[in-house]
Design a protein. Structure first.
Length: 160
């Protein structure tokens, strides 16, 4: 797993650099505030770079201390391949997009969190729906009250 962490971290560092280059190229406008239109994308690129670097460092530390487990090709063949897993995640995201306007943001984000957790192998327990509901509520509060971005109410429209 450590070898994959290093490879994924290097790949994410490249993505972060490219994203940062595009974000820093956003032109300034006379109507911009002190942060400007490229402020948030640039910040996200920097955060992605920091997280990618920490992933590389963690994997490198595990390799250096001999706690790294080499990739076992036989074990990997028995699992669903990366293209299948990626396609499943895309389908889960597409299902979210199809349902969010009808069911509403809170319900579909909770369902999305639960579905992804179960797909990634988290065992079913009372914690899965509790974390999903809590995560959906926190995200809704962040978007609606802190950022001022209204979310689709869906079924809740008559109640709110």
């Amino acid at each position: 797993m450590a070898y994959r962490d290093v490879a994924a971290g290097i790949g994410l560092m490249i993505v972060a650099f490219i994203y940062w280059r595009f974000a820093s190229a956003i032109p300034l406008s006379p109507l911009d505030d002190t942060i400007g239109a490229g402020g948030l994308p640039t910040t996200l690129a920097i955060l992605l770079g920091i997280l990618a670097a920490s992933l590389v460092l963690r994997g490198g530390w595990q390799i250096a201390t001999s706690r790294a487990v080499p990739i076992d090709p036989e074990k990997d063949r028995r699992r669903v391949g990366l293209p299948g897993r990626a396609a499943t995640m895309v389908l889960i995201g597409a299902g979210y997009l199809l349902l969010v306007s009808t069911l509403g943001y809170v319900i579909t984000v909770a369902a999305l969190i639960m579905t992804v957790a179960l797909f990634l192998g988290i065992g079913w327990s009372w914690r899965v729906p509790a974390v999903a509901a809590g995560g959906a509520a926190v995200l809704w509060l962040i978007f609606v009250f802190i950022l001022g971005i209204p979310q689709p109410p869906g079924l809740w429209e008559g109640l709110l």
